[in-house]
Structures are given as structure tokens and as C-alpha cells.
Design a protein around this ligand. Structure first.
Ligand SMILES: O=C(O)C(=O)[C@@H](O)CO
Ligand SMILES: [Mg+2]
Length: 255
């Protein structure tokens, strides 16, 4: 049976993180993942995961100064010290709660200097991550929601992953972002499978539950099964109301 992970950055994000973990368990999710858990002590998250028998799959590095419009630090030239502090913080939190992956956020940037900065910081992240058996993920974000974000396409991510060539550096394949930027989900998933570390989903273009819109998730999830990918799929959509009322897709898409 297909497994699903609740992304608590969007699902039950009105609840304190330990309560959101409980809600995910009640709703029969198999795992959870989050965005930026740093305001919640890691011991509280660890205790909630243990109580409810769930794994935390991954979390993100800090965006930086959100009030100044930052959305990640690792591809910002001249900000290596801040980027590395964010990587250290994320790896420590992930290691404390037993999460297997950290998404290193690139930030708003462009050009050769941004690329070489990102490579340098990803080298650092993968080296440090390997000490804790943590996978480093990079995720292309779409240019509608995050205009000017450094990493926008899977082609760009694949080229970085091949160049850096570390076994614990993988692609976060978010079907929603990929559909908006590149389309051709089936071929891309098939071709990129060896470097995919985590898959997320939401309808496109509205980022709602996977019930309609441009993507036929019954087909996409069947393909994922056929490819032999059997890790939990990350539900990272914005419920249009209470999360509990947005979950009809689960039985239909369980497989
Ligand atoms: O927006 C997404 O998609 C994510 O997965 C976040 O973790 C990054 O903003
Ligand atoms: Mg995502």
C-alpha cells in the first residue's frame, strides 16, 4: 500500500507542531515532514513522534531574514557564514528528531557566482550531513510563487547533483513546482529517478489537495509504483479550510 507523509508546513499548520503530529497520526498518515520547526523545542517534537509512532522525514534550512524577503541563504554570494550556520542548525535539529533529510534552501539569486556559492555550501552540507546519515535535498521552486529563486528547474538541479557527485545529495521532486515550470512529469520522473530523494505533491496550478487540476495523480502514483519507488509521498498542499476536511483523496489514491 502506498505511504503518505503529511507536510506540517501546510497541513494542520494552525496547531502547535506536536499537536499537528498527533493530527497526522489520527488521519492515518505514515510519516510527517515540516518546513521550519525551529520555534518548537526538538525534544517536544521527538516526544510527539515517539508517542504517535511516526517518523519525521525532513525539514528545511532557515530562510534567513524573512522580513527582508529572504528565502534561503545557500546560493547568496558573500553569505557563506550565514548559510553554514543555517545548515548546522538544520542538521542538528534533524539529528535530534531522527529526520533523514534536510532541504537546503538556495535563496533569491542568479548567475555564476550564485551557482559556485551554492555548490560550495552543498559540499559543506553533504559532508556534515554524511556524519549523521542525513540526505541533503535541493528543490526547484516555481517562478510564479518564488520569482528570482536560484533553483527553478529539475534540469538545473540534476546538473548540480551530477557535478557535486555526493551520494547523499538528492533532488526533492515536487510535482506541483515541476508541473508549473517544466511539465512532462512522467518522463522527468522516470529519467530523474536515480537522483530523487523525496517526492511531494499538490494539485496544479492552485496548490490544493490532489483532487483535480492539471495533474492526474492516479496516473502519476501508478507510475511511481511501477518505477519501484516506495518511500512515503509528501502531501504538501494548501487545504482550503480545515485540513481534516481536505483528505478525501487519501483513500482514493492509496492504491
Ligand atoms: O515550497 C515548497 O515546495 C517546499 O517544499 C518548501 O519546503 C520550500 O519553500
Ligand atoms: Mg515542496
Amino acid at each position: 500500500m502506498r505511504q503518505f507523509s503529511a507536510n506540517l508546513g501546510f497541513l494542520w499548520n494552525d496547531l502547535p507542531l506536536p499537536d499537528a503530529i498527533h493530527a497526522a497520526k489520527r488521519a492515518r498518515f505514515d510519516a510527517v515532514e515540516c518546513h521550519w520547526p525551529y520555534d518548537t523545542p526538538s525534544e517536544d517534537v521527538k516526544a510527539a513522534l515517539k508517542t504517535h509512532g511516526l517518523r519525521m522525514l525532513g525539514l528545511n534550512t532557515s530562510r534567513g531574514d524573512v522580513s527582508a524577503g529572504e528565502n534561503g541563504l545557500s546560493a547568496l554570494p558573500g553569505r557563506d557564514a550565514d548559510a553554514r550556520a543555517a545548515i548546522d542548525e538544520a542538521l542538528k535539529y534533524a539529528s535530534d528528531v531522527g529526520a533523514g533529510a534536510v532541504h537546503v534552501m538556495a535563496g533569491f539569486s542568479a548567475g555564476d557566482a550564485a551557482r559556485s556559492t551554492f555548490i560550495r555550501n552543498l559540499d559543506y552540507a553533504t559532508e556534515q550531513g554524511a556524519k549523521h546519515s542525513i540526505t541533503i535535498l535541493i528543490e526547484p521552486l516555481n517562478g510564479y510563487d518564488a520569482p528570482g529563486y536560484f533553483l527553478q528547474t529539475t534540469d538545473q538541479a540534476a546538473s548540480l547533483i551530477r557535478e557535486i557527485d555526493r551520494p547523499n545529495l538528492k533532488l526533492m521532486f515536487d510535482c506541483y513546482h515541476v508541473q508549473l515550470m517544466e511539465g512532462d512529469l512522467s518522463h522527468r520522473m522516470e529519467n530523474l529517478l536515480p537522483i530523487i530523494g523525496h517526492i511531494q505533491f499538490a494539485s496544479a496550478p492552485d496548490r490544493g489537495p490532489p483532487d483535480g487540476g492539471e495533474i492526474n495523480f492516479a496516473h502519476v502514483f501508478d507510475l511511481i509504483d511501477e518505477l519501484g519507488y516506495d518511500k512515503p509521498l509528501g502531501a504538501e498542499y494548501k487545504p482550503k479550510g480545515p485540513t481534516d476536511a481536505s483528505l478525501k483523496w487519501m483513500d482514493r489514491l492509496r492504491g
